[in-house]
Write a protein that binds this ligand. Structure first.
Ligand SMILES: Cc1cc2nc3c(=O)[nH]c(=O)nc-3n(C[C@H](O)[C@H](O)[C@H](O)COP(=O)(O)O)c2cc1C
Length: 375
């Protein structure tokens, strides 16, 4: 199951894995795929530096990548981003009240004195993402990935100067064409069933459209890939490999919140929703009391990126903090981005075992299909 991207990156299998967790990234690359670290999770360039240094020390010289988010549209985009205080002032009182009411309804206590909420405003703006790119380029990364828009030309040029390839996530053939015009080397066609930010077109429809639109640019298929038959299907659609996210969430190496993990293991493929509750842009995630509240009749409506994330950061920290407390309903509000493939994620397994199963089943499937055309 070699494709041209295996040769490009010197990897054994054309399986790319997005994760915010450095242990998953290193384990995927060591297992023969290419791990890509989501930089969005880290609140400062220094924090990202620590993660990348750790990966350098644990990846055994295997290639890996970094993913940043440079949204094409967000509040304050004209200014390249605003400072935290200005953003804070932009959060309407109505929204603050709705968040407090929801927390009270589910008996979620305030954070203990001295404990601060987790906030990562940095990466939602071009200014923030640029500083992450600077950090990433000081490490031996092989791939820089951007989500939610076309990376600026000067960023693409700078990444190329370092001998690093650029990939971008898209949800339509039109967006794919624009990315290639902007100098992007690899297009990740992400279908509607994917975890995280996602468009409206299903993977089965989107991938061949994109492959044809940007040929000969290599395309990775994303969204709903959780077993080897689905990897084979991605290759059958003309993709040069699979870009995956959800299936690594329940790996032994993953640092996912235990309550979110328990929900993932129980969830069926009907238990996700594409909601703006998390970031202000549509993102597929577990359906929870929190997404129901934001999408329900009492909701004031979500705010544009990055205000929604900012407005809810303290609430989400409180929800995670008290998810284990019996007297609180916080556990009902705990969620995570995850794709429809969640229905097949039923146990916690090491990354190496997940990769082994993906590859073996893909090879068997390709052999079975090859036999269909032999006389
Ligand atoms: C928990 C989670 C967080 C994600 N965060 C990001 C992100 O920060 N940047 C990004 O480019 N993609 C992000 N994604 C999307 C993945 O890169 C990938 O496109 C998606 O998971 C593929 O579909 P799948 O979940 O069906 O495998 C995220 C996905 C998940 C599950």
């Amino acid at each position: 199951m070699r494709t041209r991207l295996c040769d490009t990156f010197g990897i054994e299998f054309p399986i790319f894995a997005f994760s915010h967790c450095r242990d998953v990234v290193a384990a995927v690359s060591k297992a023969g795929g290419l791990g890509v670290l989501g930089a969005l999770a880290f609140p400062s360039p220094e924090a990202l530096e620590v993660e990348l240094r750790w990966i350098d020390e644990h990846v055994g010289g295997k290639p890996y990548g970094v993913d940043v988010v440079m949204p094409v549209s967000y509040a304050g985009a004209e200014q390249g981003g605003l400072d935290k205080a200005t953003f804070e002032q932009m959060i309407p009182e109505r929204h603050r009240r709705f968040i407090q009411d929801t927390l009270e309804r589910y008996k979620v206590p305030p954070l203990p004195e001295g404990e601060s909420a987790y906030e990562s405003l940095l990466a939602w703006t071009h200014t923030g993402a640029r500083s992450q790119v600077e950090v990433a380029l000081r490490h031996p990364i092989k791939l820089l990935v951007n989500a939610l828009g076309t990376p600026p030309r000067d960023v693409v040029d700078k990444v190329h100067e370092h001998g690093v390839l650029v990939a971008a996530l898209i949800g339509t053939a039109e967006h794919a064409r624009r990315q290639v015009e902007a100098g992007v080397d690899i297009v990740v066609a992400s279908g509607n069933e994917a975890g995280g930010h996602t468009g409206e077109i299903a993977t089965l429809v989107l991938v061949p459209e994109v492959v044809d639109a940007v040929a000969p640019t290599p395309v990775l298929a994303a969204g709903g890939i959780g077993c080897g038959r689905q990897v084979a299907a991605a290759l059958a659609l003309g993709a040069d490999g699979a870009w995956t996210g959800s299936i690594w969430m329940a790996s032994t190496e993953s640092d996912l919140h235990p309550v979110a993990l328990a929900k993932i293991l129980k969830a069926t493929s009907r238990d996700t929703v594409r909601s703006r509750a998390l970031t202000g842009k549509p993102a597929r995630q577990l359906r929870t009391a929190w997404t129901d509240a934001w999408d329900g009749p009492e909701s004031p409506g979500t705010l544009p990126m990055p205000l929604q994330f900012m407005a809810t950061a303290e609430a989400v920290s409180r929800i995670h903090r008290y998810a284990h407390v019996e007297s609180s309903g916080a556990k009902e509000l705990v969620g995570t981005p995850i794709g429809e493939i969640v229905g097949r994620i039923n146990s916690v397994r090491p990354v190496r075992e997940i990769m082994y199963d993906l590859v073996n089943e893909c090879v068997d499937t390709l052999a079975r299909m090859g036999a269909m055309v032999q006389t």
